[in-house]
Write a protein that binds this ligand. Structure first.
Ligand SMILES: [Fe+2]
Ligand SMILES: [Fe+2]
Length: 194
């Protein structure tokens, strides 16, 4: 252990850990029922990545001499309450596209904190490579669905979840934002979810 984590950092890293666990469980359950094919292949890698990320945050917190906090619902649990349960695989991927963008944005902001602990910086870097691939495979899978659903309808669906993301962020992320600001991370309003 090099430096002690601040209370807000323990909260934020625990928040990331909880969110990664929720992601792993969500995709892991889905993977059990998918037919063999490219989506089954990529989503299985995706769920195993999110499980590894939850371990990386657990280990990062531990190596810095702290203990993960037990937090309530993860951010993405709130999406379903606002936007409703996705009705098919296209909707699941549209929601995932929006959520992965939110995650990458948040991790990128955090990695720019001045004098960030090296443990946190290296954990963020490792995870962000995977998160970029998550966005990329989901983007490609949605593009392949265009003949079936139509490009416009897919974009409308992403917009629906983008609006839900904004709503959830406003409703439930006040505490998160305050803690992030305390660490010197600015959270500008994102401009587009597509
Ligand atoms: Fe992740
Ligand atoms: Fe991800």
């Amino acid at each position: 252990m090099t430096e002690k984590l601040k209370e807000n950092e323990v909260w934020l890293l625990s928040f990331y850990r909880t969110s990664e666990i929720s992601g792993a469980l969500f995709f892991g359950k889905l993977c059990k029922s998918l037919r063999p094919g490219p989506i089954q292949h990529d989503m299985t890698k995706h769920f195993s990545d999110e499980a590894v990320h939850s371990w990386l945050w657990t280990d990062c917190i531990d190596r810095m001499g702290a203990k993960p906090l037990k937090l309530a619902d993860a951010y993405q649990d709130q999406y379903l309450a606002v936007a409703g349960m996705p009705a098919n695989m296209m909707e699941i991927l549209a929601l995932t596209h929006v959520f992965e963008k939110r995650v990458i944005r948040q991790y990128a902001l955090h990695s720019r904190v001045p004098d960030l602990h090296t443990e946190i910086h290296s954990t963020l870097s490792k995870i962000m490579d995977d998160e970029k691939w998550h966005l990329s495979w989901v983007h490609d899978a949605l593009a392949k669905m265009e003949p079936e659903y139509g490009k416009d309808y897919i974009e409308q669906t992403i917009k629906k979840f983008w609006d839900a993301d904004q709503e959830v962020y406003k409703r439930t992320m006040k505490e998160h934002e305050e803690r992030v600001r305390d660490l010197g991370i600015l959270t500008p309003e994102p401009t587009s979810g597509i």
